[in-house]
Design a protein around this ligand. Structure first.
Ligand code: HEM
Length: 120
């Protein structure tokens, strides 16, 4: 029995986490980018990107660190610029890709040259 439904043993259940993460009965302004909603651990228990419970992703801690490191490095080491004036298109294509690719220009910041020069 699961949420009132009789689910036979061995049934494969697919959870629509995409829809749950955009459910207005669970989130305030679900479509708005509001990273502050997660400040001080608020709302983090509602994020299911890594699953939940006994079969949750054991790589979640590693992934959080790696994504933070990669994003931080991209921001710290490069200056980023859009190459057009059009607004960023948030419409998604299947598999959560943007429907229109975001094309940007990046330029290494001086810290990158200084760091690389230190090794030559
Ligand atoms: C952004 C990166 C990642 C995401 C979004 C992600 C997401 C997930 C999800 C949704 C599951 C299924 C949980 C469930 O069945 O309820 C899972 C399972 C799993 N993940 Fe990840 N994962 C990521 C990275 C990693 C990494 C880096 C590792 C290993 C180093 C890893 C190892 C595993 C393993 C072994 C399972 C199976 C756990 C089990 O069935 O008991 N994942 N992951």
């Amino acid at each position: 029995m699961l949420a009132g439904y009789d689910v036979p043993r061995g049934t494969m259940l697919l959870v629509n986490v995409w829809a749950m993460h955009r459910d207005p009965s669970i989130w305030e302004d679900p479509e708005i980018f509001k990273p502050e909603r997660f400040e001080n651990g608020k709302e983090t228990q509602k994020v299911l990107s890594f699953g939940i419970g006994r079969r949750a992703c054991p790589g979640a801690g590693l992934s959080h660190r790696l994504v933070s490191l990669a994003l931080g490095s991209l921001i710290q080491c490069f200056e980023w610029e859009r190459i057009g004036e059009e607004c960023v298109d948030n419409i998604e294509a299947p598999m959560m890709r943007p429907a229109t690719p975001l094309v940007a220009m990046c330029k290494a910041r001086p810290i990158v040259h200084e760091t690389l020069n230190a090794f030559v």
